[in-house]
Design a protein around this ligand. Structure first.
Ligand code: GLU
Length: 379
């Protein structure tokens, strides 16, 4: 792999630390790891690299405080265990970081915060302020108020969304107790081989082996899914063993460590936000002509004439996906009309919209600037 030059070295990274690095199998906090990580973060910040830290461990620490070792948590107990563990998790990080003179800040997120564009912008301003003050933002999911149906579930996805859509970073480093991505489960298959580099078009989901531990929901498949979202939007991802000495600095320098997933060209941040958005509110099915028009690299807006079906209950401004007749997602974007209005104007020429709806409106159902077309929207 090419080692990064000064000019191409990432200036901003998101580092994600998994539960099993923070808490050992007996439930004890791994203070040595936190101290070593703090020193690594200090080293990066001294080189002018901006870092956002995403840390798991609240549920694991909370469980240890309340229950005897070996007692597994029911899913419904996770939010309350996290409420116990989160302040302790922050205390342990803050202690380790204070020792190396790093001020830190806690930022807790739910999926709603990332999905709502307004909250997302507020969050971005907060994180930018913290970074400009030289403060290390420490993020975790706000587990105690996350609704089960819309939880991030694990922080891999949250870290990817932060890196992609909130504070655009150049590198996402996902640290766990696994060396990286293997061709098979290394715990059960002696022939398993570490995959050092993955091209953007390569499908590696088949290699997803290894679930998370008792308190961690992640595992490799969650990492691959999250990593893909980041690489599709132009962010390089390194999946590596957090216990390896100097892992962050080595990932930043572009040295071979763990598995490096190379990125597609970068997307503008507004489009990246659309691309990683998890909760589209509806589906527009388009005919072949509209599909081809959308897929042209110079792009077209989606007009009502090309729409053949609409599902979902979305309002004007909501995110919807655009599918072809075979059900394949070809684009996604912000609708200029509600589902009920689209149902009335679909198949019509744009010049007929006012007559059909009884009000004037945009001539396109999704404007090109508010749309991201699968695998095309790169800059
Ligand atoms: N937010 C959870 C915690 O802090 C994450 C658990 C996980 O990554 O699986 O414990």
């Amino acid at each position: 792999m090419n080692v990064e030059t000064e000019a191409t070295r990432p200036r901003r990274i998101v580092a994600k630390v998994g539960t099993r690095l923070v808490v050992d199998p007996d439930g004890q906090v791994r203070h040595d790891f936190l101290s070593r990580m703090a020193r690594e973060l200090r080293g990066l910040m001294d080189q002018g690299v901006e870092v956002l830290l995403v840390t798991s461990g609240a549920v694991g620490i909370g469980r240890r405080m309340i229950f005897p070792p070996g007692r597994r948590l029911r899913p419904s107990e996770r939010p309350s265990a996290a409420a116990v563990g989160q302040p302790l998790l922050m205390r342990y990080w803050a202690e380790a970081l204070t020792n190396v003179d790093i001020a830190s800040a806690q930022v807790l997120l739910t999926q709603d915060d990332v999905v709502d564009r307004g909250r997302c912008m507020r969050l971005r301003d907060t994180l930018e302020d913290l970074l400009s003050w030289g403060v290390l933002p420490i993020l975790n999911e706000n587990d105690s108020i996350s609704v089960e149906s819309v939880t991030f579930g694990e922080n891999d996805l949250m870290a990817a969304m932060v890196a992609v859509a909130i504070t655009p970073a150049e590198l996402l480093v996902m640290l766990s107790d696994q060396e990286g991505l293997f061709t098979a489960d290394p715990r059960s298959d002696a022939a398993a081989r570490l995959i050092c580099q993955v091209q953007p078009h390569e499908d590696v989901a088949q290699f997803a082996s290894g679930a998370g531990g008792p308190e961690s929901l992640g595992g490799m498949s969650a990492k691959i899914e999250a990593a893909r979202r980041a690489t599709d939007c132009g962010i390089r991802v390194v999946i590596a063993d957090g216990n390896a000495e100097g892992v962050l600095a080595r990932a930043v320098r572009g040295e071979t460590i763990g598995t490096c997933l190379l990125a597609r060209p970068r997307m503008p941040s507004r489009k990246a936000w659309l691309a990683v958005h998890l909760m589209p509110r509806g589906v527009l099915v388009v005919d072949d002509g509209a599909r081809e028009a959308l897929r042209q690299s110079d792009g077209a807006s989606l007009l009502p004439s090309g729409i053949v079906a609409v599902t979902g209950h979305f309002h004007e401004g909501d995110l919807v996906t655009v599918q072809d007749r075979a059900g394949k997602e070809i684009a996604r974007g912000l609708a200029n009309y509600s589902a009920a209005e689209v149902a009335r104007i679909m198949g019509h020429h744009s010049s007929e919209i006012e007559q059909v709806l009884g009000r004037a409106g945009a001539s396109e159902v999704i404007h090109r600037d508010d749309m991201v077309v699968s695998s095309i929207d790169t800059v």
